[in-house]
Design a binder for this molecule. Structure first.
Ligand SMILES: *Cc1c(COP(=O)(O)O)cnc(C)c1O
Length: 397
């Protein structure tokens, strides 16, 4: 028998993910259904992507209309939805201009490119180095995995791209080594998502920003997981006392439609001129229509105000669990980006939550249960989820 026959029963999809053994076929609001019509409360939001819940009406209506008109045209023409989405993004952030792409990795790739180009073409220096932090996650392309401060993401892909240096996160003393003569930018997450849900200390962020400003080094925030309302404000940096030079966004930007964006201040944005960067699909009519409907909902309605109330409610409930159970070592995060560090194995809780309680959760590393409710979640759903967690902590010891 040939090897082909033996492996034939396996999926034709490469095993880059450890997939859970259910197939989701429908979603609405905070809920999803599998192909057996089993209903789950989804507190993963497609990994911080479906921030308005599944199939939000406003985005559905807008994209349906766009589907009837024009799906794609190249960036050689003006794309009205792209212009409007860019306007919205700059109006609601520290940036002045936007470059559109299709994913988070591509947004960070563009950030790394614009930082080098700004240093070399605008500032006329020979700087190229981007400093990032241990446990960070910036993507899976060669440049962005080189930027990522996690060995497991890099293993087997050597040689890495040169031009990155990593420092310990939240370590004020280590910042003495932040800026070298070749450093052109610092890239950071304000809550490290994939790295274990570790929130940045405000004092530390303040010092990073001050050192960068004193040395004409760009501050680039990776808001791919923290952005689009996830932490209670449109961007997480808005809860700190600084304005970044460059912001990367993706995940929540299109409510599930693939789109990424790089937002930069004028002085930096001008480093990209015709021919210096591009993307065939980036900012296409369908994707930017989904993005425009999403950001309108977040900035023109009370979605964020309501989310802030539910965030406070969920955190109080989680604090109660924290005092009740010894196996909870830490509860941390910001807004609706929450990690519960436990003494056991996080995957055991996540599996049992799904199989026995129809609640979808995530892990972040081995010991952290990650909870990412949609911003639109209700008090009743929070009670349901916390009730499940309570039961799980009582059952698993
Ligand atoms: C998910 C994520 C990325 C990568 O985004 P992709 O769309 O998967 O390429 C980069 N940075 C952060 C902080 C992320 O959470």
């Amino acid at each position: 028998m040939s090897e082909k026959v033996i492996i034939e029963k396996k999926s034709a999809v490469m095993p880059t993910y450890n997939r859970f053994p259910i197939a989701l076929t429908k979603g609405k609001g905070s809920y999803v259904w599998d192909d057996n019509e089993k209903k789950y409360l989804d507190y993963t939001a497609g990994i911080a992507t479906c921030n308005l819940g599944h199939v939000p009406d406003v985005v559905k209506t807008a994209t349906e209309e766009q589907l009837n008109n024009l799906w794609h045209c190249s960036n050689l023409y003006t794309i009205p939805a792209q212009e409007a989405l860019a306007e919205k993004l700059v109006k609601n952030s520290s940036g002045d201009q936007v470059f559109f792409c299709n994913s988070g990795a591509e947004a960070n790739e563009a950030a790394i490119k614009i930082a080098r180009r700004y240093a070399q073409q605008v500032n006329k220096t020979a700087r190229y180095e981007v400093v990032t932090f241990n446990q960070s996650f910036h993507g899976r392309t060669l440049a962005t995995l080189s930027a990522t401060g996690q060995e497991k993401i890099q293993t087997g892909f050597q040689p890495l791209m040169p031009g990155f240096r990593y420092l310990p996160y939240n370590d004020i003393e280590a910042l003495e080594d932040l800026i070298h003569p070749e450093t052109c930018a610092v890239m950071l997450e304000l809550v490290q998502g994939e790295g274990g849900v570790i929130p940045a200390e405000p004092d530390w962020v303040e010092k990073v920003v001050r050192l960068c400003q004193e040395n004409d080094v760009l501050v680039m925030v990776d808001e791919i997981q923290t952005g689009m309302g996830r932490t209670g404000t449109l961007f997480a940096y808005q809860q700190f006392d600084f304005e970044p030079d460059v912001i990367s966004v993706a995940k929540g930007l299109g409510s599930g439609f693939p789109i990424g964006a790089l937002i930069a201040r004028n002085n930096v944005a001008k480093a990209f001129d015709p021919g210096s960067h591009g993307s065939t699909f980036g900012g296409n009519p369908l994707a930017t229509t989904a993005g425009l409907a999403t950001i309108k909902e977040m900035t023109e309605t009370d979605v964020l105000e309501k989310a802030i109330e539910q965030i406070a409610y969920l955190w109080t409930k989680l604090e109660d669990l924290n005092t009740k159970y010894d196996q909870i070592l830490d509860i941390r995060g910001r807004g609706f980006l929450i990690g519960i560090e436990i003494s056991g194995k996080a995957i055991e809780y996540v599996t049992k939550a799904r199989e026995s309680h129809q609640l979808l959760l995530l892990v972040a590393g081995e010991k952290v249960i990650r909870i990412l409710p949609p911003l639109s979640t209700t008090r009743e759903e929070i009670d349901q989820a916390v009730g499940v967690l309570d039961q799980l902590f009582a059952e698993i010891n």
